[in-house]
Design a protein around this ligand. Sequence first.
Ligand code: TRP
Ligand code: SF4
Length: 326
Amino acid sequence: MPKRILSGVRPTNKLHLGNLLGALENWKKLESAESYFMIADWHALTTEYESKIKIKETVIEVVIDFLAAGLDPNTSTIFLQSLVPEHAELALLLSIITPLSWLERNPTYKDQIKEQKGKELATHGFLGYPVLQAADILLYKANAVPVGEDQLPHLELAREIARRFNHLYRKNVFVEAEALLTKVPKLPGVDGRKMSKSYGNTIDLSDSPEEVDKKVMRMVTDPARKRREDLGHPDVCPVYYFHTIFNQKNHETVAQECRQAKRGCVECKQEMASYLVRFTKPIYERRKELERGRSKIREMLVEGSKKARSVACLTLAEAKEAVGIA
Ligand code: TRP
Ligand code: SF4
């Protein structure tokens, strides 16, 4: 069991089921360690600075998602990156010692520039994204960072930066954090591609049971199964994949009946939706409740950020002392 963990999400959108299974469910299990869960609004800004989205509003939605999903602000520290200015300050310090070549070969930098067409992402800030992420992790001396596979290059950079700093100043200020890889495979969205806001194929934690039903009924199925009599292939069907998660007890029967054309896709979806809603409805209802107290949410975040800051400022002071400023 790790001693101290830290993880973060970028508040560009409300969270969806993929985020819940890919991150939050895992975080909940780690709350017995000293845990910091951060809303990375500076990181969000690096890709959204040209867009009209109001990050400040999305931040509150994401906190509501955290709490509705069951994170406990009394057990873990839930905080907002920009309310802890030490993140920006340490990021500057680390940027001074990070060789440009390390950042230029970061695969996510190149990928995102290609993927997010129409955005000007060849900026200083976006190139430095992993430096800011390293600051997030190193400020808390986290030993473990629960993340998905896409974040591994950033974790590796954070370790390299920590090592370089400790070596340059001959002090053990920073701890090298390990990745705690989340093992859940990528949840498909309603169109069968990976669930992602940018594909518009998500089931959100804020969707009502009716919305969840509607989305499930629109889901793609085995494309080869055009008529009810056609034998199905559950392994290529996203509806079946959802059965394996939300209807674990009966999913083998579902697969068998599908292969033998003993069940139709409409009934199959209806059945899956009823299991899925059993899971999402309590989250939706907690969300509704929490939405009524938005001002309290902001207060909670301010409190969490103060707690985080009390740790962050100690590490920053150590780092400044080591380099010999202030
Ligand atoms: N880059 C992460 C992502 O896109 C979010 C993030 C920011 C993060 N700071 C972090 C994750 C620190 C882990 C630790 O998912
Ligand atoms: Fe998918 Fe179910 Fe249709 Fe089979 S019966 S193709 S598992 S929706």
